[in-house]
Design a protein around this ligand. Structure first.
Ligand code: ATP
Length: 259
C-alpha cells in the first residue's frame, strides 16, 4: 500500500478523511515513487509529482498512459498503490460528465454532503460565481451541457478545495462553450487559488490554462514544460507555438508537412 497521508476528499463520489502536516508547506501534492499495477500490468511506475498551493498543472499523455489512474489515486478513489503519496488539505474532483444527481435540483446538487453553518448560502454564492443563480431550482436534465458542467464546478468549489482535480471536464463541450468555461475556470482559480491538476488530451487547452504542463509516458512524468506567459494567452503567441510542438513531439505527434 502507498503511504497516503493527508487529504480530506470531498467531491462527487468519495469521502475520505485524514490529516497530516506537510513536509513541504508549499506543496499540496507530493508523490515519490508512486506505482500502480492492474494485475501484472504496471500503469504507473514510480511517479514523482509535486503540485504547489495555487499552482495550475495540466497532465497530458497518450490514451491509456495512466492519467485518470493518477488522478484517482490523488483523489483517494483508489488506494491500492505503492510508494509515497501525500495530499495536504481538502480535495474536490470534477469529471468529464458532470455527474449531477438527476432527482435533486441544482441547488441541492451543490449542497449535497456539504457541512458548515449555512450550506445553502454557500451553494448560492458558488452558483452566483458560475453565473447560474437563475438555474438554482432546475432539474439537472433540463440544463445544457455547459450549464451542467458549471454546476459541477460550483459543487467542486463550494468546498474551497486546496486541490482541485479536473478529469477532462471540458472535452464534451462544444468549442464556444469550452472557451467560456475555460475563462470561468481561470477566473475561479484566480479567486480561490486551489492547486489544480487538469487531465486533458488537448495540448492547446493545457497551454492556455496551466503554469506547468506534464507528459505522462511509460508510467512516469517523462516531460514538463513551464508556461511563463501571463493570462489570458493567445494560441498564436510564438512561445506557445514552440511549446506546442515540443509537447506534441513528446506525445508522438509530428507536424511535418503541416503549416
Ligand atoms: N480498473 C481497472 N482495471 C484494469 N485495468 C485498468 C483499470 N483502470 C484502468 N486500467 C488500465 O490502466 C491503463 C491506464 O488507464 P487510464 O484510464 O488511467 O488512462 P488514461 O491515460 O486516463 O487514458 P485516456 O486518455 O484514454 O482516458 C489502461 O490500459 C487501462 O485499461
Amino acid at each position: 500500500m502507498a503511504t497516503r497521508t493527508g487529504g480530506d476528499v470531498t467531491g462527487t463520489v468519495a469521502e475520505a478523511t485524514g490529516a497530516a502536516g506537510s513536509e513541504d508547506a508549499a506543496s499540496v501534492v507530493r508523490t515519490r515513487g508512486l506505482t500502480k499495477k492492474f494485475g501484472a500490468r504496471t500503469v504507473l511506475d514510480g511517479v514523482d509529482l509535486d503540485i504547489e498551493r495555487g499552482e495550475f498543472v495540466a497532465l497530458l499523455g497518450r490514451s491509456g498512459s495512466g492519467k485518470s489512474t493518477l488522478l484517482r489515486l490523488l483523489a483517494g478513489l483508489d488506494r491500492d498503490s505503492t510508494g509515497d503519496l501525500h495530499v495536504d488539505g481538502t480535495v474536490s474532483v470534477a469529471f468529464q460528465e458532470p455527474r449531477l444527481v438527476p432527482w435533486k435540483r441544482v441547488l441541492d446538487n451543490v449542497t449535497l454532503g456539504l457541512r458548515g453553518s449555512d450550506p445553502v448560502a454557500a451553494a448560492e454564492r458558488a452558483l452566483a460565481e458560475v453565473e447560474l443563480t437563475e438555474r438554482r431550482d432546475r432539474w439537472p436534465l433540463t440544463l445544457s451541457g455547459g450549464e451542467a458542467q458549471r454546476v459541477s464546478l460550483a459543487r467542486a468549489l463550494v468546498r474551497n478545495p486546496d486541490l482541485l482535480l479536473l478529469d477532462e471536464p471540458f472535452s464534451a463541450l462544444d468549442a464556444l462553450t469550452r472557451i467560456n468555461v475555460h475563462r470561468l475556470v481561470l477566473d475561479l482559480w484566480a479567486r480561490h487559488r486551489p492547486g489544480v491538476l487538469l487531465v486533458t488530451h488537448d495540448v492547446d487547452e493545457a497551454l492556455l490554462l496551466a503554469d506547468r504542463v506534464l507528459v505522462l509516458d511509460g508510467g512516469r512524468i517523462a516531460h514538463q514544460s513551464t508556461v511563463g506567459l501571463p493570462r489570458p494567452r493567445a494560441r498564436e503567441d510564438r512561445e506557445l507555438i514552440e511549446l506546442r510542438s515540443v509537447l506534441l513531439a513528446r506525445l508522438g505527434v509530428t507536424l511535418e508537412g503541416t503549416t
